[in-house]
Ligand binder design. Structure first.
Ligand code: ATP
Ligand code: MG
Length: 398
């Protein structure tokens, strides 16, 4: 046993939008706790995840190290539905224990060694605690000031000691990492992402996971007329994104032959939109089979010729499922910044032979007419073709 006053290490989680939920709140919290447990399972640390008053606490087993608490905090920082993750200490619920813990935690910090300006911020979720929050602030703050000579700065502190009084215990902490925000994955249902090897679709997938969708991934490869590089990229991207949801599946459609028939079926300028509609129709067929209730794409309005308002309308017309386009109002620079933040950009920027490059006309149509597209589809027998394509998908398990 150490002589530390800090009690047990734990991780304290602050919930995002869930707190705005009324009657459903408990359902959302249960799902979130399930997701947290699933995410932590591979770490092999026996954690106890508990709902507290408005927060979630992860208790580590007796004797757990600060490194283990750090690993837990880092892992849950990827779980959507949380806004802050704090490595905290669980302290007995009396003013003396809190005072000692606050002193020790402040004293150990790097900031204190540099003589940093500090503040204490207390919250009393349990009003039966004998001291009010401002009294607790003054008690602990005064002691830190006496003991280490650190200056108090309530407006702009470099070091903050947080004290949160709960029903069964008090949590004391100084640091926090921001979470992903959003809603727990699965709380909005399931959807299917059309996943190229490009920059946009992985970001679109991430944004929709954050809105509570569990997603599967569908990639169209130009095989047998292109190499497998785009498949490897899609696979690497799905692996990178899986940390936000777990249980991701990637399906690959060998699309080269279908693209060839599109090319030979006439109007060069419509080929890109015709192909996009065939992708969507195939995706819809796959979605029905795996019970996904929506399609997701990385389209951004006006970014390329296939993404004009007219052409987006022509794509929506191809399927009955809703097509979710979370990036529709984003600039390329914003999408790239987000891709960098979530770690997909460097994979997306690897060279590959995208299947779309097989069909790059000199001038693409920006105002595709739906009747013309339907003509092409009649010649192709698109309704039958998309069922065949859905039959030919291959699953890549992670
Ligand atoms: P991305 O960076 O996601 O490839 P992009 O800017 O290159 O997007 P497009 O190539 O026009 O734009 O594709 C628009 C959307 O169509 C993509 O975001 C993706 O959802 C879907 N898509 C395009 N190509 C494929 C593919 N080979 N497999 C699956 N989906 C695709
Ligand atoms: Mg692309």
């Amino acid at each position: 046993m150490t002589m530390s006053a800090l009690g047990e290490p734990c991780v304290l989680l602050k919930l995002g939008e869930i707190v705005l939920k009324g009657k459903n709140r408990e359902l959302f919290e249960r799902r979130l706790i399930g997701n947290i447990r699933d995410a932590l399972q591979p770490l092999g640390i026996k954690v106890d995840v508990r709902r507290r008053h408005g927060v979630i606490a992860i208790f580590l087993p007796q004797g757990a190290t600060a490194e283990q608490a750090g690993a837990v905090a880092e892992r849950v920082a990827d779980v959507p539905g949380l806004v802050w993750i704090h490595r905290a200490w669980r302290v007995a619920k009396d003013p003396d224990s809190v005072l000692k813990a606050g002193l020790e935690l402040a004293g150990e910090s790097e900031e204190a060694k540099r003589g940093a300006r500090f503040a204490v911020r207390s919250r009393r979720r349990d009003k039966r605690f004998p001291l009010r929050s401002n009294e607790l602030d003054r008690l602990v703050g005064g002691a830190i000031n006496d003991e280490y000579g650190l200056p108090v700065d309530l407006k702009n502190p470099e070091l903050t000691v947080f004290i949160e009084v709960d029903r069964d215990e008090v949590f004391v902490f100084t640091d926090g990492i921001p979470g992903q925000g959003g809603l727990p994955v699965g709380s909005s249902g399931r959807a299917l992402v059309l996943m190229s090897g490009g920059i946009d679709s992985p970001v679109a997938a991430y944004r929709m996971m954050r809105r509570g969708l569990h997603v599967d991934f569908l990639h169209f490869s130009g095989i047998p007329f292109t190499t497998s590089e785009s498949i490897y990229k899609a696979y690497a991207l799905v692996r990178k994104l899986d940390r936000f949801q777990g249980g991701s599946r990637l399906w690959v459609v060998p699309f080269g032959k279908a693209q060839q028939s599109i090319r030979t079926s006439g109007q060069d300028r419509l080929a890109v939109i015709a192909q996009r509609r065939l992708m969507l129709k195939t995706a819809e067929e796959v979605a029905h089979r795996i019970r996904a209730a929506a399609l997701i794409t990385g389209d951004a309005l006006g970014q390329v010729s296939s993404q004009t308002l007219t052409n987006i309308t022509a794509q929506d017309n191809a399927v009955e499922l809703p097509i979710l386009r979370p990036l529709v109002g984003w600039d390329k620079t914003e999408i790239m910044a987000e891709a960098r933040r979530i770690g997909t950009l460097e994979i997306s920027e690897l060279p590959d032979e995208d299947c779309c490059s097989l069909l790059a006309p000199k001038r693409a149509e920006t105002r595709a007419k739906i009747d013309d597209l339907k003509q092409i589809e009649k010649r192709l027998d698109a309704e039958e073709l998309c069922v065949q394509l859905a039959d030919s998908i291959q699953e890549y398990t992670l």
